[in-house]
Design a protein around this ligand. Structure first.
Ligand SMILES: Cc1ncc(COP(=O)(O)O)c(C=O)c1O
Length: 388
């Protein structure tokens, strides 16, 4: 079966992914099976999407129930699941309003549009520049590629959207230097995910917040990867003790279906008005019904366990030979070993463990509800691969 899938894929799917040599058939939680019934422990959750693992029953039941009631309606009409999810998100964060999109890049597009409109309305059309951080990642649309602070993404697709400048992470003087009369916002991830699982310094983040408030620049926090319990907080900004003007998220919020969200505070909640922004699918009833079951379960008790499991992984990996460094927050962990990351990932896969890379690191984003047994089984495989 696998060979048939591979042949079809290679013939008909555009060549944008350098796929590993496996197709997964089914699974439950953090345990997956391929088409040869080989078992794998999953430390990837579809790059941080399957917050409660694959085919999570509570999520699946809500999705199936909603499918039978009302699968899709246009955003021209009210729907119950969307309203309920927005209420839950605001109640749990203190943010005031939500715009639902389909992906992380789209959520960031919404945030960028909002930041520019805020400044156009209040100041002038030139006040449109957004500072992002060197080594950041914000998405693959023409605008979010340019928002991404890595030159490697600024090629092939000219012309890119103008108006982004890049400041060095953890260097407040560089941020200050990059601010001018045309700056309207500062946008950053609190743990740079694709950039190598690098948490920002708390003092730096606090200092950015202070400057942004003083100069009326909007603070946009990209929680596409760090959000929805991943770092041991519902949203990582809560762990940094800051109050952003806009928070974007995607990945884990949908539990496996495509959903992005832009959360607005009292300063930004009314910036976008009728016709300023819209989407056909964003906030679809089925997706929102599933997402509600994800966000609802991310309570303090659950998040404490996420932190504990994160600590357990770090401690275990600290004792592995050939591990050079460990970074991250909660269950978002990057590990540098003496071996090339992609080789380690391929070897882990061979041995029944699914892990990711982030630059030169191996990245773990396990399902948040991974059992201790699955965790130990996976870590044992990782240790064997890295030490041999
Ligand atoms: C921090 C961050 N922002 C934005 C994105 C883009 O999200 P999506 O692939 O859903 O468009 C990603 C994806 O990895 C991300 O990690």
């Amino acid at each position: 079966m696998f060979n048939e899938i591979k042949k079809l894929d290679n013939s008909y799917i555009a060549n944008t992914y350098n796929r590993f040599n496996v197709a997964f058939k089914c699974g439950s939680g953090a345990t997956l099976y391929d088409f040869n019934d080989k078992k794998y422990i999953d430390f990837s959750s579809g790059i941080g999407v399957n917050a409660f693992g694959v085919s999570d029953k509570i999520w699946a039941d809500a999705v199936i129930e909603q499918t039978k009631k009302l699968s899709h309606m246009s955003n021209l009409y009210y729907t119950l699941p969307q309203a309920q999810l927005a209420h839950l998100l605001c109640a749990k964060t203190g943010m005031k309003k939500v715009f639902f999109a389909n992906s992380g890049a789209e959520a960031n597009e919404g945030a960028i549009k909002t930041a520019r409109k805020y400044s156009h309305d209040k100041y002038n059309e030139n006040r449109s520049e957004i500072i992002t951080l060197v080594n950041s990642f914000h998405g693959r649309t023409i605008t979010t590629l340019k928002a991404t602070g890595q030159d490697v993404f600024h090629k092939n697709f000219y012309p890119f959207t103008e108006g982004f400048v890049y400041a060095k992470a953890n260097d407040i003087n560089d941020v200050l230097e990059k601010i001018n009369d045309n700056t309207c916002a500062i946008m950053m991830e609190l743990v740079q995910g694709e950039g190598g699982v690098l948490p920002l310094d708390k003092e730096f983040v606090k200092a950015v917040e202070k400057i942004a408030k003083e100069k009326d620049l909007l603070l946009i926090i990209d929680e596409v990867q760090t959000g929805n319990g991943r770092t041991g907080y519902l949203y990582a900004y809560q762990g940094f003790g800051i109050n952003p003007d806009i928070v974007t998220t995607a990945k884990g919020i949908g539990g496996g279906l495509p959903l992005g969200a832009v959360l607005f505070n009292s300063k930004t909640e009314n910036v976008l008005g009728f016709g300023d922004h819209a989407t056909t699918f964003g906030g679809n009833p089925i997706v929102c019904a599933g997402a509600y079951t994800i966000i609802e379960r991310l309570n303090d008790e659950f998040l404490d366990v996420v932190k504990q499991k994160g600590n357990y992984i770090e401690e275990f990996c600290n004792g592995i030979k050939n591990v050079e460094s460990i970074s991250g927050m909660g269950m978002m962990i990057g590990i540098k070993t003496t071996k090339p990351a992609r080789d380690v990932v391929a070897k882990c896969l061979e041995n029944g463990l699914v892990v990711l890379t982030a630059k030169d690191k191996i990245r773990f984003l396990p399902p948040l509800n991974i059992t201790m047994q699955e965790l130990e089984e996976g870590l044992k495989i990782f240790k064997k691969v890295v030490e041999e």
